[in-house]
Design a protein around this ligand. Structure first.
Ligand code: HPA
Length: 394
């Protein structure tokens, strides 16, 4: 196998010059650089990544820790991360924390031990250990999908129809320790974050259903403690308030972000003395669970009960009726997380920022509308994409 010394000899330069060309560690005259690249090509030289890492203290790798990789939403995020990383010359190491705080902490430590240059992590509902570890080791990290702002809670959500406030403990605030968004140094927040808008799009679904005359709109919400859960609940409540509908807390139940939980939660809603006439499901997996429950109860969508869901997916328009949904910019979320991480690596002391991307309202027929655009409603992006990014300017 040809060595760097062979390349140097063939190009008529020193080994150090070959190293500078291949690692980009120092500017090299264009004709010298070209001679080195020609020699690399002619000899079929493959750089030794391990040796390069010893010289540069960088591995040109990113650790990605996201749960539920088989969920199409996260699979698309993964595709966005992978292609943006590759474009920038970075490889990926992937781990699945299974939304379990202990496992999460373990896989993040493993990725750190492999000396990834930085990490992209979708934190679990109870990320105190994770955050403590990342802070202690000053690991450049971007939180993806779920943010860790203090104050984002699920507000006492009912689990499977239990009275509001008696559900599982909220992640945020349920544990001891410093606030998750405590400053690291210089009063600056520690972590960059990239997520989709959750509140406004959920409010948009509620407004749409209220506009169709529904007065009892249920929400099958996600896992307590996740910021996406808290924000979608906040959007649900805001949508009800904007439509002048009081909220009956019994209509807000937790599907725990998964199909089986949503199936149980939907059954609990249907067992209420006055069940909802319309349903909002807060993610794609829970939409499947809700549909199973509706079918088991012999209810037809939208004639017996209307349905709008968070998350669009490839086959949402193959359901009968076709699903009215909020589409998250999943690939772009992944790609943006990589770019934010690369900015951090290039400038370690830049202020942390939170980037929120807008979603799109995809109008179909499960809401009870006929095919076609919604009269008087704008089908554009949902979410204040024009607002300045939270945190300090980028
Ligand atoms: N967050 C946001 N959207 C989602 C999720 C999630 O964890 N799962 C499915 N859609």
């Amino acid at each position: 196998m040809p060595t760097m010394a062979d390349v140097a000899r063939s190009a008529g330069v020193s080994v150090a010059t070959v190293s500078h060309v291949l690692n980009g560690t120092r500017p090299v005259l264009p004709h010298t650089r070209q001679a080195v690249l020609d020699a690399v090509e002619a000899l079929g030289y493959t750089p030794n990544g391990l040796a390069r890492s010893l010289v540069t203290s960088r591995t040109r790798s990113i650790g990605l820790a996201v749960s539920a990789i088989s969920n199409p939403y996260f699979t698309e995020i993964l595709q966005g991360v992978e292609s943006a990383a590759l474009e920038a010359g970075y490889g990926l190491l992937i781990a699945d924390p299974h939304d379990d705080p202990r496992h999460e902490r373990k896989v993040v430590q493993l990725l750190h031990e492999r000396r990834v240059d930085g990490m992209i992590v979708a934190p679990s509902a109870h990320p105190h250990d994770l955050v403590g570890y990342l802070r202690r080791h000053a690991v450049p990290t971007v939180f993806l999908d779920r943010v860790i702002d203090a104050g984002v809670t699920d507000g006492g959500i009912a689990d499977g129809g239990a009275p509001a406030g008696e559900g599982p403990a909220s992640g945020a605030g349920a544990e001891a320790g410093p606030p998750l968004d405590a400053p690291c140094f210089d009063q600056a927040p520690c972590f960059d974050q990239v997520c989709a808008e959750s509140a406004e799009p959920t409010a948009r679904l509620v407004a749409h259903l209220a506009g169709l005359g529904h007065r009892r709109i249920g929400l099958v919400a996600g896992l307590p403690g996740l910021s996406t859960t808290g924000e979608r609940i906040a959007g649900y409540r805001a949508g009800l308030a904007a439509a002048g509908l009081g909220h009956d807390e019994r209509l807000l139940v937790s599907g725990n972000s998964e199909a089986a939980g949503a199936e149980r939660a939907t059954a609990a809603l249907l067992a209420l003395p006055e069940p909802p006439t319309a349903l909002v499901t807060a993610n794609n997996a829970m939409t499947i669970g809700a549909l199973r429950s509706l079918r088991r109860h012999g209810l037809a969508v939208p004639d017996d009960i209307a349905l709008c869901c968070f998350d669009d997916f490839a086959w949402a328009d193959l359901f009968s009726p076709r699903l009215t949904a909020i589409a998250q910019p999943s690939r772009e979320l992944g790609a943006r997380a990589v770019r934010v991480l690369l900015d951090r690596l290039a400038e370690p002391h830049r202020p942390a920022r939170t980037v929120r991307l807008p979603c799109a309202f995809v109008h179909r027929t499960s809401c009870g509308c006929p095919e076609g655009p919604v009269p008087g409603e704008d089908a554009g992006p949902v979410g204040p994409s024009t607002l300045p990014e939270k945190g300090t300017a980028s």
